[in-house]
Ligand binder design. Structure first.
Ligand SMILES: *[C@@H]1O[C@H](CO)[C@@H](O)[C@H](O)[C@H]1NC(C)=O
Ligand SMILES: *[C@@H]1O[C@H](CO)[C@@H](O)[C@H](O)[C@H]1NC(C)=O
Ligand SMILES: *[C@@H]1O[C@H](CO)[C@@H](O)[C@H](O)[C@H]1NC(C)=O
Ligand SMILES: *[C@@H]1O[C@H](CO)[C@@H](O)[C@H](O)[C@H]1NC(C)=O
Length: 752
């Protein structure tokens, strides 16, 4: 499943996963055909794309025979690549996959959705040097839609849309800021609160869009919080937004919608794509059985970089969901704003927890009850479930007027607790960076403090009381560090490619919101606002997208790989003490947009290089021909190049032998000073030896390329080792992270 990537992780995920597995293990009959995506790569040579639907029809007829009806085909992808969507049984899907010209057939997986002092925090002030080109940059945002009346999206002072723009607005009034707006719901299921247009009923899409390209809005705050700097703003405030609504409250952000949006966005002429969406579970999908990998591959071919959130399934290793090398994968870090919410017990003892609590209980004490002592037995729940305060599991009468003590991270998704309990106190494993808005006063305590509250409750019985205070906004002097929820590498299917690529602010981010969506996401919560503070890799991704747009505004002809390289080689690695997973948590480090606009050297990668990489990855020759413009085969692209030589600005070496030697080849292009001499600096632990040959690179002009080799030798006495390589000419420091590791973690969701 894919969802918007905000930082919710609850027992609900586990419950729904079990449910999905039960459903999918049932035997198939014709009646329970499921929606599949049939992906067919590039347009067939010499064929008019408008005739693709009839090709799709004849393929569907072949598979369904007499069962075929014209409405069987739910959607044809035809603008930027070739494919279609239809309902099939498992057996039919298998036969479809064997047909000529089919690259892959995969079920329509549901994805989920994964805030601005944050810009100042990373050293990117509003008054930074900008070019007029910024207003020519169009950012395609695939999300839950947008709230067009938000001040963040006012088009005051904007000129006409760029000439290259071919997009349009459907059932939506665009302006000169929001120049494109479409919505996709291929399976056609709507919930009551879905708005059937690109208008945002959720808030997530408005939040993401305003972080990328929102206007500077003074006096933005969430009910007075985050008003310290008094402003919300996007990183590229002059850029234009094209919104592609792919996420619905009824069915998440499914692959069929996501792929349709890519098909349009690439054709419409966007410059950068931002997608804060990913699968709900960390199951490793191969590169061509997932809409985001496929869509971003075709975007890359047209010179468009796709920025994608790493997902919120951390802190386990291998918990990312998209890891193709052409994506910019973004992890989430804290900023120096944090929210603390205190609890006071009847005995006067106070504990500090984390949440964003805008409610004021005015110091009044309320009876305290343990969720495990208030099961909704009539509803079939016992204390082993109600201790987690899981949806519907609490007895309304018992919790009414009380503060409930709950054992886990809970996102109340219904009104039950609103109408009953006064507040909630939770115990969290890693509470320091998990602030959320809740529908009732709530706070998250460390497990240790949680247990202390629990023993107070146990000793006082019915006499236990507590109150929850309004949150205090404080400075976090440890920031930045990678948020616990942020998904970690390594890359589960190509361990020799480092993921994530970079980290960006994703905790406590203030940005635009949909004023019809309650800030806690709970129906019945009356707090409706224009700006909200939320957290997630969903919030980190748009920061990286804006940085990419900013770089592109200075270098309109740079390839996606060059922009990604600029962002990576200028990033600042975070503290290894605060981030034990090191590169697997933060990739190259925290983005630095100003430096990225002027990186000195870049590592470029073109389509053919990626194709060589795919050959190495064992993609079938049959498929490769369909994927590429010139319909070449692995044989034709020359000797199968090794994954070690894909020209990324990072090096990842997975090795399971005790002593090893491995050579990596890299090529850099001079984009800094015309004449310059770079010397290499390599940092590595004593059990490794890293040689770079040559160790000096001299350039005589801009655009000149130089190649070098990196030889890594050694024997591992730890599981993971961090190293780095820096090309330094005295002006530019071009840094590549190096990671060597000897264990491949199992993705976290295999536990079922
Ligand atoms: C257009 O959008 C409105 C809400 O903004 C919705 O009620 C209506 O059904 C939509 N029309 C179509 C044709 O989708
Ligand atoms: C509580 O309910 C769960 C799920 O229905 C069940 O597996 C468990 O055995 C029950 N526990 C008790 C103590 O009854
Ligand atoms: C609760 O308070 C009542 C009245 O003050 C007292 O009689 C009772 O013993 C107390 N119960 C506990 C468990 O402390
Ligand atoms: C070591 O890695 C290679 C591929 O890199 C793999 O084929 C082999 O099975 C691995 N051996 C062990 C013991 O994990």
């Amino acid at each position: 499943m894919a969802t918007m990537i905000i930082s919710f992780f609850s027992p609900y995920v586990i419950f729904s996963l079990i449910w999905v597995m039960m459903i999918s293990s049932q035997a198939y009959s014709k009646d329970d055909r499921k929606t599949y995506i049939i992906y067919m790569g590039d347009h067939p040579k010499g064929m008019d794309p408008t005739s693709l639907p009839s090709l799709h029809t004849s393929m569907a007829q072949k598979i369904l025979g007499s069962d075929f009806k014209s409405e069987a085909i739910l959607h044809s992808y035809k603008k930027s690549f070739n494919g279609f969507v239809m309902k099939l049984t498992k057996e039919e899907a298998k036969r479809m996959a064997e047909m000529e010209d089919v690259v892959s057939v995969f079920p329509n997986k549901k994805n989920g959705l994964h805030t601005t002092r944050s810009w100042d925090f990373i050293g990117f002030p509003h008054q930074v040097k900008r070019t007029n080109e910024e207003s020519e940059i169009i950012v395609g945002v695939l999300d839950s839609g947008i709230w067009p009346e938000s001040e963040s999206f006012s088009d005051k002072g904007f000129g006409l849309p760029p000439n290259k723009w071919k997009g349009s607005c459907h059932n939506f009034t665009c302006n000169r800021k929001i120049i494109g707006a479409k919505s996709y719901n291929i399976e056609g299921s709507y919930a009551k609160d879905d708005i059937r247009s690109a208008r945002d009923s959720n808030g997530h899409g408005s939040h993401v869009s305003s972080t990328i390209a929102g206007n500077l809005v003074d006096s933005a705050s969430l009910l007075g919080y985050a008003s310290g700097s008094g402003r919300a703003r996007g990183g590229a405030p002059s850029a234009r937004i094209a919104i592609y609504k792919v996420c619905w409250s009824s069915n998440g952000c499914d692959d069929a919608n996501v792929l349709a949006a890519f098909d349009d966005a690439i054709h419409d002429g966007v410059d950068v794509i931002s997608i804060s969406v990913g699968a709900d579970v960390a199951f490793p999908f191969s590169y061509f059985e997932d809409a985001i990998n496929i869509g971003s591959f075709h975007a890359m071919k047209k010179g468009i970089l796709t920025s994608n959130s790493a997902n919120n399934l951390g802190p386990d290793l291998s918990s990312m969901t998209n890891y193709s090398p052409w994506l910019l994968s973004v992890a989430a870090a804290t900023i120096n704003r944090k929210f603390l919410t205190k609890v006071q017990l009847g005995n006067g003892i106070t504990f500090e927890g984390v949440s964003i609590n805008t409610f004021d209980l005015k110091n009044k004490m309320f009876p305290l009850i343990y969720g495990g002592d208030a099961p909704n037995t009539a509803g079939g729940y016992n204390s082993s479930i109600s201790r987690y305060c899981y949806k519907d599991s609490l007895n309304k009468h018992l919790v009414k007027g009380k503060i409930v003590l709950c054992e886990s991270i809970l996102v109340p998704t219904d009104i039950q607790l609103l109408s009953g309990a006064v507040g909630m106190i939770h115990g969290a494993i890693s509470p320091k960076d998990l602030p959320n808005n809740y529908a009732v006063p709530s706070t998250f305590l460390s497990l240790r403090n949680f247990r202390l509250v629990h023993s107070y409750l146990a000793s006082m019985g019915n006499n236990a009381t507590a109150t929850i205070f309004k949150s205090d906004e404080v400075r976090d002097s440890l920031a930045p560090y990678v948020a616990s929820f942020s998904s970690r590498g390594p890359n589960p299917i190509t361990p020799n490619i480092l993921k994530p690529d970079v980290v960006a602010p994703g905790v406590n981010i203030l940005a635009a919101w949909s004023p019809i969506s309650p800030i806690s996401d709970v129906k019945g919560d009356k707090r409706l606002v224009h700006y909200n503070i939320i957290s997630g890799t969903s919030m980190a991704c748009p920061h990286a997208t804006a940085a990419a747009a900013y770089v592109k505004s200075f270098h309109s002809n740079w390839s996606p790989a060059m922009i990604k390289s600029a962002l990576m080689t200028t990033a600042t690695p975070l503290s290894a003490t605060l981030n034990p997973e090191a590169e697997f948590a933060y990739g190259a480090g925290l983005i630095n947009p100003i430096k990225a606009a002027n990186p000195g050297l870049v590592y470029d990668i073109n389509e053919v290089d990626y194709v060589k990489f795919l050959c190495q990855e064992g993609i079938e020759t049959k498929n490769l021909g369909i994927l590429t413009k010139d319909h070449s085969s692995c044989k034709k692209v020359g000797k199968t190049e090794s994954v070690y030589d894909l020209n990324l600005p990072s090096i990842s070496l997975y090795t399971n032998v005790s002593s090893f030697t491995r050579i990596f080849h890299r090529t850099v292009m001079n984009v800094g000073s015309a004449t310059s001499t770079y010397k290499v600096k390599v940092m590595y632990p004593s059990f490794l030896d890293i040689q770079v040959k040559p160790d000096t690179l001299s350039f005589e002009c801009i655009g000149q390329k130089k190649s070098f080799s990196v030889i890594i030798e050694g024997s591992m006495n730890v599981n993971t080792a961090s190293a780095s390589l820096i090309w330094d000419d005295g002006t530019f420091q071009v840094r590549s992270p190096i990671v060597v590791f000897n264990q491949l973690p199992v993705p976290p969701f295999i536990f079922i």
